[in-house]
Design a protein around this ligand. Structure first.
Ligand code: XMP
Ligand code: MG
Length: 193
């Protein structure tokens, strides 16, 4: 198979059942979210951005460059489930922050909120370290999949409960570098479970 200069949905044949959010829509919405974030924090006290690996890498890179303040970044890796498409609610820290959080305003940067279990756990975990405030920014949210209530300050797009890939989101580590967000065709993960 031949690839174009960047990974494009049209190179994926029938692996996606539809494009849900285009690169262009992501960029436009991210700029709006950045303006909102800038307005919500005092100019001399910008938040520490905490990205959740690996999915939030694209959102973090784009959001941080859109923000008009010095965006300090740190990263955590947590695992709620491995290569599967279903959440278990069991959260494990695979990589912790390098930054002490006492007195800091923290903005968690996420790719997607599904059941909310991961974020609810993470928010509480960061608060317990003495952060002054912990807010959540997510590019995507699946409102109909919520199992716990999580207060999310900044949401890019509310989407249906289908499993999506692209813009950092993977299925078995594939599709992360797709520039749009698409619905993964069920035949790609058929047979799982
Ligand atoms: P919960 O259910 O805890 O899940 O809110 C959050 C994490 O689950 C992953 N996730 C997805 N990954 N496509 C993906 O590639 C999806 O549709 C999807 N839904 C949830 C993701 O890692 C997220 O951080
Ligand atoms: Mg994943």
């Amino acid at each position: 198979r031949r690839y174009s200069s960047c990974m494009d949905a049209k190179d994926l044949g029938d692996e996606l059942s539809k494009i849900l959010v285009t690169e262009e829509q992501l960029r436009t919405r991210l700029a709006e979210m950045a303006r909102q974030i800038e307005a919500d924090y005092p100019a001399d006290r910008p938040p520490l951005l905490v990205g959740v690996l690996k999915g939030a890498v694209m959102v973090m890179a784009d959001l941080a460059r859109e923000l008009r303040f010095h965006a300090e970044m740190d990263w955590m890796a947590v695992s709620s489930y491995g290569a599967s498409t279903k959440s278990s609610g069991v959260v494990r820290i695979l990589k912790d922050l390098d930054t002490a959080l006492e007195g800091r305003d923290v903005l968690i940067v996420e790719d997607i909120i599904d059941s909310g279990l991961t974020l609810a756990w993470l928010k509480e975990n960061l608060e317990s370290r003495g952060a002054k405030s912990v807010r959540i920014c997510t590019m995507l949210r699946k409102p109909d999949a919520a199992k716990v209530e999580v207060d999310v300050a900044y949401v890019g797009f509310d989407i249906p409960t289908d499993f999506v890939v692209g813009y950092g989101l993977d299925y078995a580590e594939r599709y992360r570098n797709l520039r749009d967000v698409g619905v993964l065709a069920p035949h790609v993960y058929a047979g799982e479970d």
